[in-house]
Design a protein around this ligand. Structure first.
Ligand code: ASP
Length: 300
């Protein structure tokens, strides 16, 4: 059997990779492996940007975004603005498997979760509430100023997990609580197929993290997968996507936001790249080894 490959965003991606590896070794399908990895991060209260313990929006409510995609069939599902349900990625999979739809939002997503037997819970922890109180913007601060924060700001970060299973098929998950202090109802790239995630066995898989508005603007993950389809390596495709973010930022007369991409191709090759000052690290496993790697920061 060929070794499976798992790649996940940020240092907490190591938690995802380690939780996912036993399933990969059992020969489970890529999507099962990716969801198990992502769920370990959703459950970790110390990660304040994903699932339980995620930082709340402007009015103190945690709203989660997530999506999943199966590279064999291009089946996909997502949830956005989801409240009171910890396992957003698993719920996104139910949307994929048990509804004719791709994306459920807000109250509809929560009602669906209850119907599917997901427990309702508060996602705030004492730590995330204290952090929110400390860092929340003054009431007069406009949303535009929030978007133009210091690119070194760490009040967001998504776990995106891409997997190639032992049969060579690809699957992926993207799950997050989104930007801290976001406007209620704001949806980022993470639940949007083609933006935060895209997976196709015939070309490759890609995922994103960072300021979602900029990722959506360039259709980041779809862009990378289609670049791999045209013959680029995962590394070249990620770098090209970051260059696209730069060129769009230049046209808009703004500095490029903090954005990072990861990719995995059908040969099991991986790649990653980010905009300057993103300091993006990602975890990769091949066989039994887990490595934490730093992505190149693409200057222009
Ligand atoms: N992409 C996420 C969002 O915009 C946040 C992040 O990954 O940092 O909601």
């Amino acid at each position: 059997m060929p070794a499976s490959t798992i790649i996940a965003t940020w240092p907490f991606g190591q938690t995802a990779v380690r939780a996912a590896m036993p399933l990969a070794r059992q020969g489970r399908p890529a999507l099962d492996v990716a969801i198990a990895g992502a769920q370990a991060v959703e459950d970790d209260p110390a990660v304040n940007s994903v699932g339980y313990g995620g930082l709340p929006n402007a009015i103190g409510t945690v709203q989660l975004d997530a999506c999943v995609m199966d590279g064999r069939t291009l089946s996909c599902g997502g949830v956005a603005g989801l409240e009171n349900v910890r396992h957003a990625a698993a719920l996104a999979r139910r949307v994929m498997e048990r509804t004719p739809h791709v994306l459920l939002v807000g109250e509809g997503a929560r009602t669906f979760a209850v119907k599917e037997g997901f427990p309702l819970d508060t996602l705030l922890t004492p730590d995330s509430l204290a952090e929110w109180r400390k860092t929340r913007p003054k009431p007069a601060r406009a949303p535009r100023q929030q978007q133009e924060r210091d690119p070194g700001d760490t009040s967001h970060d998504t776990v995106t997990v891409l997997v190639q299973d032992q049969k060579g098929s690809l699957g992926g998950v993207c799950t997050t609580s989104g930007l801290a202090h976001k406007l209620p109802g704001r949806v980022g790239d993470s639940p949007l197929i083609g933006s935060g995630l895209y997976v196709d066995d015939t070309a490759g898989a890609a995922g994103a993290t960072g300021v979602g508005e900029e990722i959506i603007r360039v259709g980041g993950s779809f862009f990378i997968v289609e670049s791999m389809r045209q013959g680029r390596s995962p590394q070249e495709a990620c770098e090209l996507a970051v260059r696209r973010v730069h060129s769009v930022a230049a046209r808009r007369g703004v500095h490029p936001a903090r954005v990072a991409f990861i990719a995995l191709d059908p040969k099991g090759r991986t790649g990653a790249a980010c905009t300057p000052r993103t300091n993006f690290q990602y975890a990769v496993s091949q066989g039994d080894k887990v490595q934490l790697l730093k992505a190149p920061e693409i200057e222009r």
